[in-house]
Design a protein around this ligand. Structure first.
Ligand SMILES: Nc1ncnc2c1ncn2[C@@H]1O[C@H](COP(=O)(O)OP(=O)(O)O)[C@@H](O)[C@H]1O
Ligand SMILES: Cc1ncsc1CCOP(=O)(O)O
Ligand SMILES: [Mg+2]
Length: 273
C-alpha cells in the first residue's frame, strides 16, 4: 500500500515549493530529492505566487519566520488554495514566542491546510492546550509514549477535527489522524532527535508524498513517516563508534534515497486506533 504511494512519488517527481528556515534548508532540499521529488526554495513575495502555482505542494515551515516570510507564506498559501495545491505546515517552535503564535493564528485563520506535522509540544500549542514548548524541541513531559498513547491518540483525533486537516505528531511513537482514524507508527530512534532537521525533513517528505498523492493525504502522511522511521533505524545501524549526529544525518538521507517500494511495504510498522 505505501509502496504504491512511493512509486507515485518517484514516477511523478513532484515539484515542492518550500518556504522554510535557514537552519535546515539544505537538508530539506536533499531529503525531497532523496525520496524522489524536486525541491524549490523561494520566499520573496514577488515570486512566491508564481512558483507555488507551478508546484505540486507548498511546504511552509515556521523555523526562522520573520515579517517578510510570514507575508510571503500568506501570499503563497492563498495561491495554493485557489489552485487546489496542497499546503503542508510545520509549526516549528509553536508556543515559544508571541510572534510565532500570532503568525500561526493568522495562517490557521486564512489558509486551508492539507496536513500539519509537529512534535507534541508544537501541536498542543496550536490547540492552546498548555504546551510547555522548549525552543524547537519537544518538552519531555509532552512526549508520546506507550503509557500515554491512548490519550495522545484521542488528542490527535481532536486536533485533526479542530484544525480540519490531517495532523501528524512525531515522537518515539508517531501518530497521524484525519479526525476519524489514527495511525500509530512505530520505529525511528531516539538519536534522530539529536540531529537538527529530522522534523523539518519529515514534514518535507510528507509534502512530497502528498504532492504525488493529493487524494490520499492521510495515507501519504503515514507512508512518509513510516519511511523516515525505517531509514532512521537503518542510519543508526550504520553508525560506527566515531560517528555522531553529522554522519547520521547523511546516513538517513542515503537510506531514504535507497529504500525500495517493497522494503517500505515490508518494513512499515503501524497499527490503527
Ligand atoms: N525518541 C524517539 N524514538 C524514535 N524516534 C524518534 C524519537 N524522537 C524522534 N523520533 C523520530 O524523529 C523524527 C522527527 O521527529 P521529532 O524529533 O519529534 O521532530 P522535531 O525535530 O520537529 O521535534 C520522527 O520521524 C520521529 O519518529
Ligand atoms: C534549531 C532551529 N531553530 C530554528 S529552526 C530550527 C531547526 C528545527 O528543526 P527540527 O524541528 O527539524 O529539529
Ligand atoms: Mg521541528
Amino acid at each position: 500500500m505505501f509502496g504504491e504511494l512511493l512509486e507515485n512519488v518517484r514516477r511523478n517527481v513532484p515539484l515542492v515549493h518550500n518556504i522554510t528556515n535557514y537552519v535546515t534548508v539544505n537538508d530539506v532540499a536533499n531529503i525531497i530529492l532523496a525520496v524522489g521529488g524536486s525541491p524549490i526554495m523561494a520566499d520573496d513575495e514577488r515570486e512566491v505566487a508564481e512558483i507555488t502555482s507551478k508546484s505540486r505542494a507548498l511546504y511552509l515551515n515556521l523555523g526562522t519566520l520573520n515579517t517578510r516570510t510570514i507575508k510571503s507564506m500568506l501570499i503563497a498559501a492563498e495561491e495554493a488554495n485557489k489552485n487546489n495545491i496542497p499546503v503542508i505546515l510545520d509549526p516549528v517552535g509553536a508556543g515559544f514566542s508571541k510572534l510565532r503564535d500570532e503568525a500561526i493564528d493568522q495562517l490557521l485563520g486564512q489558509v486551508k491546510f492539507s496536513a500539519i506535522r509537529g512534535n507534541m509540544s508544537e501541536i498542543k500549542a496550536l490547540l492552546k492546550k498548555g504546551s510547555q514548548a522548549k525552543g524547537v524541541d519537544v518538552q519531555v513531559s509532552d512526549q508520546i509514549g506507550q503509557d500515554n498513547l491512548k490519550s495522545c491518540v484521542e488528542f490527535a483525533k481532536q486536533a485533526a477535527r479542530a484544525l480540519q486537516c490531517v495532523i501528524a505528531i512525531s515522537g518515539p511513537i508517531d501518530i497521524v489522524s484525519d479526525g476519524e482514524v489514527a495511525y500509530c507508527v512505530y520505529g525511528g530512534d531516539k538519536l534522530m532527535s539529536r540531529i537538527t532537521g529530522t522534523g523539518c525533513q519529515l514534514t518535507a517528505m510528507i509534502a512530497t508524498f502528498i504532492g504525488a498523492n493529493p487524494r490520499k493525504v492521510l495515507l501519504a502522511s503515514v507512508a512518509a513517516i513510516a519511511m523516515i522511521d525505517i531509514c532512521g533505524e537503518q542510519g543508526v545501524r550504520r553508525m560506527t563508534d566515531l560517528d555522531g549526529n553529522a554522519s547520521l544525518r547523511n546516513y538517513i538521507i542515503d537510506a531514504v534515497f535507497n529504500l525500495t517500494e517493497t522494503e517500505l511495504d515490508k518494513e512499515a510498522r503501524y497499527e490503527t486506533k
